[in-house]
Design a protein around this ligand. Structure first.
Ligand SMILES: *[C@@H]1O[C@H](CO)[C@@H](O)[C@H](O)[C@H]1NC(C)=O
Ligand SMILES: *[C@@H]1O[C@H](CO)[C@@H](O)[C@H](O)[C@H]1NC(C)=O
Ligand SMILES: *[C@@H]1O[C@H](CO)[C@@H](O)[C@H](O)[C@H]1NC(C)=O
Ligand SMILES: *[C@@H]1O[C@H](CO)[C@@H](O)[C@H](O)[C@H]1NC(C)=O
Ligand SMILES: *[C@@H]1O[C@H](CO)[C@@H](O)[C@H](O)[C@H]1NC(C)=O
Ligand SMILES: *[C@@H]1O[C@H](CO)[C@@H](O)[C@H](O)[C@H]1NC(C)=O
Ligand SMILES: *[C@@H]1O[C@H](CO)[C@@H](O)[C@H](O)[C@H]1NC(C)=O
Length: 532
């Protein structure tokens, strides 16, 4: 009997934790700024690190810039400027091969006491690129290298050749954010590699021969694809820079907003589907999917990495618009700060159930979130006709009708079967409350998350006065929204307490019960939200 109960609990816990939980938040980041040539413009680069705090009293420390700022508040964004950037890779004299593994130590470590989001912006004259920085604990050890995009946009065609070191070929930038040396190998037709000390960066020049290649490391590393001077006009050139997401375990679906896909090619990087394809609305890949058009590289988000809350508070003057991709049934739940966004101009992604819109912005000092679903958001800017963009950083992928979740809620259906009053105490010892379901949106939201096979029912935090028969919530909220099962509750001299059904087809409906029955409690702690 007891053994069955604990097996059931394990099952239940697994089911609650199983929900999508991708985000870009963390407490440790390593930022690098790629070399940005901006040819013939002897202006200094402006490299910025943007940090957005999600909790009050966050302390951030940035090594090398000597920054130690100890009271960021929730929702606050600060930026720090540095001129530290990667130098030209060291290419051995007379080198006949591109297998160059050039190490430098211009990486900058950002640490914080609580979860934050970090973005890096690289700006020099008209050449702008930026990227969310992936927290160190979420990096991978295998990365497919996307096919190197053609640089057909260069007006003096043919001038961009690999042996003009000033421009050079595309390069991989590999950062070792860890405490131990990482051994990194580039695998493919030709294999080569090297060791990267903790906190250091390797630059590796890439062949443009279309062959299949991937990076394999014995420790988690970050990988970027970059070109310091990828396209040219009016005697200037521009940086191209994109983050490369880690290889996936399985094929995942990537959805492409039609507007961005216009005249773009899609760079696929896994072994089976390597070649660039013409633009379609959806592609499958276990590797990286990067949208490419002249002067523009945009890393696409896999459907599994969609989020429900994004930082827009970035790039005040740099961002012109953002693009949203969401399921066609979920167009209406999008908010900017406190206000429903009310977007109407949706375009279908052909052959899928998804739609997309793009929104021009002038005040992106806010958070964008969805009250019941997940979506993709891309930030896109333009300077002098050149586009740049990246996925907006994901704060959370746990949708909640109440706002933007920064600390997930806790749902626990405890093992111990006790009376209603004792169950309040059982929850308290875990710093949780016996749940009050005074809002039926909460009821609905939770019901979609729990499907406890084997557990029939659990106590909820309501009981009735035996005198008046009126029901009360433990959190003192009004007893308005109810979800009684048909025919329930019974008469006031029947059960004085209530349980929620956890059986699959019961819609989490309630029944009155004798308070002394031994039943498991439904304990709960609400999430923490970003103040808006
Ligand atoms: C960075 O912060 C400074 C104030 O510290 C502000 O003047 C500047 O405009 C910010 N940069 C951007 C790009 O917003
Ligand atoms: C590079 O080649 C030149 C001419 O062949 C030679 O004199 C020089 O020693 C070589 N340098 C290296 C480092 O091999
Ligand atoms: C530079 O590259 C071009 C084309 O790849 C090649 O024809 C030329 O011989 C190279 N020049 C040198 C000095 O290696
Ligand atoms: C990393 O490579 C070095 C030599 O390149 C080797 O001595 C060391 O054992 C390697 N470390 C691991 C963990 O494989
Ligand atoms: C190039 O320079 C000309 C003259 O200054 C200007 O009219 C044109 O807009 C510039 N083109 C770009 C793409 O910046
Ligand atoms: C989400 O927002 C939309 C639009 O404001 C609203 O109609 C809908 O009821 C909301 N959903 C929930 C679960 O609150
Ligand atoms: C972000 O992801 C981590 C796992 O990497 C998770 O522990 C954390 O709860 C997530 N944060 C939010 C707000 O979902």
């Amino acid at each position: 009997m007891i053994r069955t109960a604990s097996v059931v609990l394990l099952l239940l816990a697994a089911q609650i934790a199983d929900s999508q939980n991708f985000n870009n938040t963390g407490k440790e980041f390593v930022v690098v700024f790629p070399e940005n040539i901006a040819y013939y413009h002897p202006t200094d680069p402006i490299n910025e690190i943007w940090v957005t705090a999600l909790h009050h009293n966050t302390r951030i420390t940035i090594e090398k810039l000597n920054i130690d700022y100890d009271h960021m508040s929730a929702g606050e964004t600060t930026n720090y400027t540095t001129d530290l950037e990667l130098k030209k890779p060291d290419i051995p004299e007379n080198s006949t091969s591109l297998n160059v593994f050039s190490i430098s130590d211009e990486a900058i470590k950002v640490t914080s006491t609580k979860d934050v989001v970090v973005q890096a912006i690289s700006l020099r004259k008209n050449s702008v690129q930026y990227a969310p920085v992936i927290p160190s604990h979420k990096l991978g050890t295998k990365y497919f290298i996307p096919p190197v995009p053609g640089l057909e946009e260069s007006p003096d065609d043919g001038a961009v050749v690999v042996n003009v070191t000033e421009r050079g070929p595309f390069r991989l930038i590999i950062v070792n954010p860890g405490e131990d040396q990482a051994n990194v190998t580039i695998k493919g037709e030709e294999e080569f590699g090297g060791a990267i000390e903790p906190g250091k960066v390797a630059q590796i020049l890439l062949n443009n021969n279309g062959q299949y290649q991937y990076v394999e490391a014995d420790r988690p590393v970050a990988v970027f694809l970059s070109h310091p001077c990828a396209f040219q006009d009016n005697c200037t050139c521009g940086l191209l820079h994109a983050m490369v997401p880690a290889a996936k375990d399985d094929k995942e679906e990537f959805l492409i907003p039609p507007i961005l896909a216009e005249q773009a090619s899609i760079l696929l990087s896994d072994e089976k589907s390597r070649t660039s394809t013409d633009s379609t609305a959806a592609v499958d890949s276990e590797g990286t999917v990067i949208l490419h058009k002249p002067s523009f590289l945009l890393t696409l988000m896999s459907k599994k990495d969609f989020g429900s809350c994004f930082v827009l508070t970035s790039l005040r003057y740099l961002i012109k618009s953002f693009h949203i991709v969401v399921h066609k049934d979920d167009k209406n739940g999008i908010y900017i700060g406190r206000n429903p966004a009310g977007y109407t101009d949706w375009e279908e992604l052909k052959g899928t159930d998804y739609v997309s819109t793009h929104v021009s912005v002038t005040f992106p000092k806010a958070f964008l979130w969805h009250n019941s679903s997940v979506m993709a958001v891309y930030l896109v800017g333009e300077k002098n006709g050149r586009m740049y963009g990246n996925p907006a950083p994901v704060v959370s992928s746990i949708p909640d009708y109440r706002g933007c979740v920064v600390t997930p809620e806790v749902i626990e259906i405890l093992d111990e079967e006790k009376g209603w009053k004792e169950s309040i105490k059982s929850c308290e010892t875990k710093h949780l409350d016996l749940i009050s379901l005074s809002d039926n949106r909460l009821q609905k939201q939770l019901c979609s998350k729990i499907s406890a096979k084997g557990v029939k029912e659990a106590w909820i935090g309501t009981r009735r006065s035996s005198l008046t028969g009126d029901w009360y919530w433990l959190n003192y909220n009004k007893f308005n929204d109810t979800n009684w099962a048909p025919g329930k509750p019974g008469k006031k001299d029947q059960g004085q307490c209530a349980v929620m059904s956890l059986k699959p087809d019961d819609d989490c409906s309630w029944k009155d019960k004798n308070c002394c029955d031994a039943i498991r409690p439904f304990c709960y702690k609400p999430p923490e939200f970003l103040p808006m």
